[in-house]
Design a protein around this ligand. Sequence first.
Ligand SMILES: NC(=O)c1ccc[n+]([C@@H]2O[C@H](COP(=O)([O-])OP(=O)(O)OC[C@H]3O[C@@H](n4cnc5c(N)ncnc54)[C@H](O)[C@@H]3O)[C@@H](O)[C@H]2O)c1
Length: 275
Amino acid sequence: MNLLITGGAGFIGSNLIHHVIDDARIVKLVNLDCLTYAGHPANLEKVSKHPKYVFEKVDLRDKAATLRVVEQHAITHVMHLAAESHVDRSITGPGDFIQTNIVGTFNLLEACREVWLNRQSATGNRQFRFHHVSTDEVYGSLGATGYFTETTPYAPNSPYSSSKASSDFLVRAYHHTYGLDTVITNCSNNYGPFQFPEKLIPVIIQNVLPHVPGYHYTTKWFVISAIAISPVVVLFCSASYLLIERPLIALGHQVSKRKVTSIVVQRDRRAASAI
Ligand SMILES: NC(=O)c1ccc[n+]([C@@H]2O[C@H](COP(=O)([O-])OP(=O)(O)OC[C@H]3O[C@@H](n4cnc5c(N)ncnc54)[C@H](O)[C@@H]3O)[C@@H](O)[C@H]2O)c1
């Protein structure tokens, strides 16, 4: 397969690329990313010279450039992660979320429709798949009990989650209207290496550590956090990649933000005192 990963310089995308690049089924792995504040080429230093790896600095809002990438690299599978992804930023500036998450997804779907259904299928190739990586935030907020399932009604509460919900509906429509082979996943929060330090767990770590005796500012926070709690992003990458081949449903176990905060605080205190 020629796999296109969008948003590969971001947190999950870069972990995903490291996770899958040596899979023998991948002939070429193209990373499409326009490098916003959340995209860091340094995340990909280890794979930048890999013979299968190609980086395309392209903005999904540019429809022609997006089509060019899908066509030129004869892409057969897409894992679409590129997005504006931070809820707080969507409240102060929703415009980018609409443009990237909705219009950008539309441009990518159009590129795949054009190339897969009109051009490559003329050559007899029908092995395509579009995996759209979405969020559980499209379902709104959980109460004290219960969990989201595939039948939970959509109830997005922020510009971020409503833009992701809109993109889910577009992907769904391209499947039903045009027969595009699509998969949508609505995962919950991930945590791990290369995460931009504005998200929940990194924020807690940064706020707690300066108050821990023996902590030095020269110590990189993510080293400590990597000791302190195991990253869940690796699990997410494995599960997501399986979707390229076959559907998979994973049920996890739920932890409130308050509980996450208390776990991180306790473990980081222990980890820091061991330094
Ligand atoms: N991080 C989480 O816990 C979490 C949870 C649920 C769902 N998700 C979803 O997973 C995906 C990846 O999340 P993340 O945390 O890695 O995000 P991130 O913000 O770390 O990375 C996003 C990447 O997309 C790129 N990008 C943004 N706009 C672009 C555009 N217009 N064109 C091309 N590239 C663009 C950025 O440069 C960056 O590299 C997102 O779609 C997000 O909604 C994330």
